[in-house]
Design a protein around this ligand. Sequence first.
Ligand code: BGC
Length: 414
Amino acid sequence: MTKFSKVAALAAFLSAGVSAGALHAQTAEVLHWWTSGSEQAALAEVRKVFEASGGEWVDTPIAGGGNARAAAVNRMLGGDPAAVFQFSIGQQLRELADQGLLANVDKVASEENWDQKLPPLIVKAAKYDGDYIAAPINIHGENWMFYNKAALEKAGVDVPKSWDEFVVAAQKLKDAGIIPIGLGGQPWQERIMFNSVLLGVAGREFYAKLYSTLDDDLLDSDTMRKVFETFAALKPFVDEGSPGRNWNEATSMVIKGDAAFQFMGDWAKGEIIAAGIEPGTTVGCAFAPAIDTAYIMTVDAFAFSAMDGEEATPAQAKMAHVMLEPDVQIAFNKKKGSIPARLDVPADSFDSCAQTAIRTLQDEKTHLVSTGLFGVPSAVSGAIDDSISNFWNSTDMSPAEGQAQFHQAISNAK
Ligand code: BGC
C-alpha cells in the first residue's frame, strides 16, 4: 500500500464510524425545550435520522424556552457547552455570535445551497457577519386562534372576526358554562395573546413599525391605548387556574371542550395532531381576529456552540445537514404543527391550517416577526414580556397606566 492509499483507507475507516474515535467525533449533546408529547415526537424524527447516519445523540431536555436558553448560554459561558442547542433565530442569537460563542455551519450550508433553499428573511436572520450560525428547522406562526367547534356551537357563537365580536362571543360562552379562553398564565404566553390583540386592533403596518422602531409616538398613541383597552377586556374570560399553566395544558382544555379558544403558536396544533385529531375538524384554526392578514413568524433553529474554533465539528455539521434534509423537514414539521423552513420541500400533504400558513407567507407584506426572540434585542424582549404580564395580572391598573408602563419599560431597556 502506498502512503497515500494508507491514509485514504484510514480516512474511510474513520468516516465509516467503526472506531471509538470516530464514534466520539459524531457525538452531539442536544439541549432543547421540546418536552411536550408532540414536541418530543417531532424531535424524534430528527434524532432517528441523525443516529441512522452514524451520529450519537445525547439528549438534554429542559422544560421552558426561557430556562433552556438560559442553560445553553450559562453552559457556554461556564466552558461546558452543549454542542447543539435550540434557539429561535433572530437578534438574541446574534448577540451570542457577537460574543464569539458560536460555530458556523457554512460548509454544509454552501454545499447544500441554503441561500437558495431558505426564504430570504430566514437566510438573513440565520446569518451573522455572512456566516450561518444556525440551522433553521421550521416556521411557526404565533397569531393563531384554536377553537373547539362543539363548544362554539353549544353557546351559539360563530368564529369571531374582530375583537369586539370576540368579546360578545366570550360572554355567551361564559354564560353557557364554558371557559372562553384557555390561557397558560406565563409571561411569554400572555405576550403571545397581547401581540395578537396588537396586530388585530392596530394592523400589520403598525405592528411592524412599532417593534422595529420602538418609537415613542407610536407607544404613546391612541391606537396603542385601544390595544390595551381591548387586551384588558379579555381578563374576565380566563379561568382561575390560568396562572402558571403550561401551554399544552391549555391546548388540552380546548381539545376536550373545557375551554373554547386558545391564542397560541401553531405548536398547539402539534398537540392536536398528537391527540389524533385532524386540525380543522373538531378543533378549528383561524388567525386571531385582525383588521388585516399577517403572520407573526417565529423560526425554530439549532445553533452550535464553538467547541473547537469557528467552524462546526463533524457532529455539528452532520446535525445541520440532517435538520435540513427534505424528508426530515416533512416528518418533523407534520408532527410539530409548523411548516418547513425550506421552500423547495413539497408541503401538499400538510393539514389545512398549514396550507393557510403557506399561502399567507407567499405575500411578503404579511411577514411579521415575533418579539420573542426574532425581532427585538433580549433586554427589550424581556421588558415587553414583564410589563405585559404585570398589566395582565394586575387587578387595578387601568389601560392608560398599562400603556404608560409598557412604554416606560421599553424606553428603559432599549
Ligand atoms: C417554540 C416552539 C415550541 C414552543 C413551546 C416556542 O418558543 O418556537 O417550537 O413548541 O416554544 O415549547
